[in-house]
Design a protein around this ligand. Structure first.
Ligand SMILES: *Cc1c(COP(=O)(O)O)cnc(C)c1O
Length: 496
């Protein structure tokens, strides 16, 4: 059978099939998100392993799409985590905005690829315009430039790749991307705070520097990089003839949402001639808000910055960007491929492949474009601001409850805490909180995050969802109490 008429867009029957397919898929989604009253069905890893263990993913003969979509709804969407549920408050994992979902549909169906202009004519210019607007938003001048990425991991990697190549030229007078790292590169060091994202180390590993090239600087009581400790670390590295070349500041640490003193870091970067990168994957959204924007002061002095739209900008995964204060520095990663960016092209069109570490690349810029145009900056800022206010209310609620302890004064919308009634001894607190978190997930009460503070397990709310209310969080705290009680009873029975 080679009749492909209704399998591809373009013909009447193909277009009809497309409309029907999208309708079926969205109906299955709507059923999954409205039917489930809980943020998770509670299905255990074993149950899911059993269910999918025997599924034939590549049968010799297929079945009608209607049947496949029905299966997907019944067996997959039904046991997906409900990111749009107000009690799903664990990770930097956002409920996607509806306008962005419309964009996602168009992105998939039109399948533009941002590597070369002839594969993405209008899309190339939309991405460029979005990048210009984002550079503006973060206070970069007209020399600013950037590229959309798959997220913070890739943005941080490319930023440190640029920094490494820059330093190779500056310090060793060579193009390390061609000749490889010189022996002296063993002394190269990247500085970030101890609360920085693990991808700084991961990037160092990928870049041939080794993750030991990352030196972590102590944080203060608010989990921000301590500038006195940074000065001491820099002095120590100089004394030991190490070669610090990059300083990574974080605007919104993953656990606490803390923001490093970016201006003070920029001063150090200037003084010591370091590439200053700001990881604003989480906190970048503050730039939308007239009230909170100030907390990012200094970000405009960064050589590069990473921002994620699939976190506090409510875009479906994946969607991030890397921005450079001086766009010419993309030269540091440019490579040419005759079929993608021919030198003698008579069309003076940009081929964005030269700025990216990806080749084939999605038109993810359309999602924030559609979102920004539809909601406007003010409305988007209100969504973000409401979640910051909620985090303050939740921290106050926890502080008032005698059986909880709150472990941070929220900067963004992350609240770290423990359940700690008087009856629970010090050694039991960590295991109890860990067990409670699992019980909440298993019973579908709530999806709550987990981290460690001072070597002891703590719980975490990442309150991204503007639909989450303080009452809803109070219900989650009651669920914590109930599950803890059940666990205590079970423990006692076990011990008997
Ligand atoms: C989420 C996050 C990252 C990683 O970004 P991905 O989009 O998951 O690749 C890096 N840094 C920070 C601070 C983050 O919050």
């Amino acid at each position: 059978m080679t009749d492909a008429e209704d399998l591809f867009l373009g013909t009447e029957s193909g277009n009809d099939a497309y409309r029907e397919a999208v309708e079926r898929a969205s109906a299955a989604v709507v059923e999954a998100v409205s039917e489930s009253a809980t943020p998770y069905s509670g299905a255990s890893p074993d149950r899911l392993d059993d269910r999918f263990g025997g599924v034939e993913c590549l049968p010799d003969e297929g079945q009608p799409l209607a049947e496949t979509v029905e299966e997907v709804g019944d067996r997959i969407l039904s046991d997906s985590v409900g990111v749009s549920d107000p009690s799903c408050v664990a990770h930097l994992h956002c409920p996607p905005l509806v306008p962005a979902l419309a964009a996602e549909t168009a992105i998939a169906a039109t399948n533009q690829s941002l590597d070369s202009w002839d594969q993405s004519p209008a899309a190339t210019y939309v991405e460029r315009r979005m990048v210009d607007r984002l550079c503006d938003l973060f206070g970069y001048g007209p020399e600013g430039d950037g590229v959309f990425t798959s997220g913070g991991t890739q943005s941080n990697f490319e930023a440190l790749l640029l920094a490494r190549n820059w330093f190779g030229r500056e310090r060793f007078g060579r193009r390390v991307e061609e000749t490889g790292l010189p022996h002296k590169a063993k002394a190269m060091r990247i500085l970030c705070s101890e609360a920085a994202h693990f991808t700084a180390k991961q990037a160092a590993a990928h870049l041939g520097l080794g993750e030991n090239a990352v030196v972590t600087v102590q944080t203060d009581g608010d989990h921000r990089m301590d500038t006195a400790a940074l000065d001491a670390t820099l002095a120590d590295l100089r004394k030991r003839e190490r070669e610090p070349f990059a300083l990574v500041g974080t605007a919104g640490t993953t656990d606490f949402g803390s923001i490093d003193p970016l201006d003070a870091l920029a001063d150090r970067a200037d003084r010591h001639d370091l590439w200053f990168h700001v990881d604003a994957a989480y906190g970048g959204a503050l730039a939308l808000s007239e009230t909170h924007r100030e907390r990012l002061a200094g970000i405009e002095r960064a050589d590069s910055l990473a921002v994620d739209f699939h976190k506090l900008f409510y875009q479906p995964i994946s969607c991030g960007a890397l921005l450079l204060r001086d766009g010419d520095r993309f030269d540091l990663v440019e490579r040419s491929a005759a079929y993608l960016n021919p030198e003698d092209g008579d069309l003076a069109a940009p081929n964005l492949v030269s700025k990216s570490v990806q080749t084939t690349r999605r038109f993810d810029a359309l999602k924030p474009y559609v979102t920004f145009r539809t909601l406007g900056r003010e409305r988007l800022a209100e969504l973000v601001e409401s979640t910051l206010a909620l985090a303050d209310d939740v921290a106050a609620l926890l502080a008032d409850a005698s059986d909880f302890e709150v472990l941070n004064d929220p900067t963004l919308n992350a609240v770290v805490f423990r359940y700690r009634p008087e009856s629970v001894g010090d050694e039991e607190v960590g295991p109890l909180n860990a067990a409670v978190r699992e019980a909440l997930l298993r019973n579908g009460d709530a999806v709550v995050g987990r981290t460690e503070v001072g070597g002891t397990t703590a719980l975490k709310f990442t309150l991204l969802n503007p639909k989450t209310t303080v009452e809803r969080v109070a219900d989650v705290l009651d669920a914590v109490r109930n599950r803890a009680r059940t666990i205590a009873v079970a423990d006692r029975q076990l011990r008997r």
